[in-house]
Design a binder for this molecule. Structure first.
Ligand SMILES: NC(=O)c1ccc[n+]([C@@H]2O[C@H](COP(=O)([O-])OP(=O)(O)OC[C@H]3O[C@@H](n4cnc5c(N)ncnc54)[C@H](O)[C@@H]3O)[C@@H](O)[C@H]2O)c1
Length: 253
């Protein structure tokens, strides 16, 4: 089968919905074999869609905040013959209504956000690098404008976790470049997925955030697919440690 990712094997976390699902489906369409990882098996299977029974998609349950589960997920991929060339560390949470300005932020909300977003990404990268070390590969992490220069004011925990992810990607890129492992960060802007229903279902909040997007519309999960395919492919062979923004210009303001 042809396609820009023909012959590649990829693992995508958070593949049951939103950006992860869209990217996993696109990787399959580009000829890759894809491990769809999700916190709940039914969600991973839903992400795989009709392909779940086929040989090019494997659904695995993998809570990224739990190292034993992450290890088991990568082991299941290897056991099924997926020699990973690409890992997309994409799963994450944003605890709308609970994440807050620092003086109002509960420790438990901070901790859960850090456990999933920052520790979960660390565990995904740790086991991704172990899986890829012999052959090299491409690791892609999903960052956020809140970790750069905007949209973070009311999200202390989330923006801290995402800034941490950006730093982690840079450090891991530098550490493993000599072994042929590239690590890059994709920063989607406001993208309408289940993560942000607190905004997308509130007419006023939605209009306010769209007014801060120079291209004048919300992002869709499909908007992030192209950059992910590029970073997963050899066309990006000289790109590592970089941040790629696909945010409609949001972080220019
Ligand atoms: N939607 C946006 O506006 C936006 C903007 C910038 C960055 N992001 C980032 O994009 C990524 C994907 O989010 P999305 O917008 O597609 O939302 P989403 O909620 O559809 O996807 C996130 C996925 O992560 C999964 N997940 C949560 N905790 C997990 C855990 N412990 N283990 C395994 N999986 C877990 C969820 O089940 C979900 O499928 C996230 O990292 C998010 O922070 C989203």
């Amino acid at each position: 089968m042809g396609g820009r990712l023909a012959g590649r094997s990829a693992l995508v976390t958070g593949a049951g919905s939103g950006i992860g699902r869209s990217v996993a489906q696109r990787f399959l369409a580009e000829g890759a074999r894809v491990v769809l990882a999700a916190g709940v098996l039914a969600s991973a299977r839903a992400g795989a869609g009709r392909r779940a029974a086929g040989s090019d998609a494997l659904a695995v349950e993998m809570d990224i905040a739990d190292e034993a589960a992450v290890e088991a997920g990568f082991a299941a991929a290897a056991a099924a013959g997926y020699d990973l060339d690409v890992v997309v560390a994409n799963a994450g949470v944003q605890l709308f209504g609970r994440d807050a300005r620092v003086a109002d932020l509960d420790l438990a909300v901070w901790q859960r956000t850090i456990d999933v977003n920052l520790t979960g990404t660390f565990l995904t990268l740790k086991h991704a690098v172990r899986a890829m070390r012999a052959r090299g590969g491409s690791v892609i992490v999903t960052g956020s404008p809140t970790g750069l220069n905007g949209e973070g004011r009311d999200f202390t925990a989330y923006s801290s976790s995402k800034a941490g992810i950006h730093g982690m990607a840079r450090a891991v890129a530098a550490a493993y470049a000599a072994e042929g492992i590239r690590v890059n960060t994709v920063v989607p802007g406001y993208t309408e997925t289940p993560l942000v229903t607190a905004i997308s279902e509130d007419t006023e909040d939605r209009a306010a955030i769209v007014s801060r997007i120079p291209l004048g519309r919300p992002g869709r999960p499909q908007d992030v697919e192209g950059i992910m395919v590029y970073l997963a492919s050899d066309e990006a062979g000289f790109a590592t440690g970089a941040i790629f923004r696909v945010d409609g210009g949001m972080t220019t303001l």
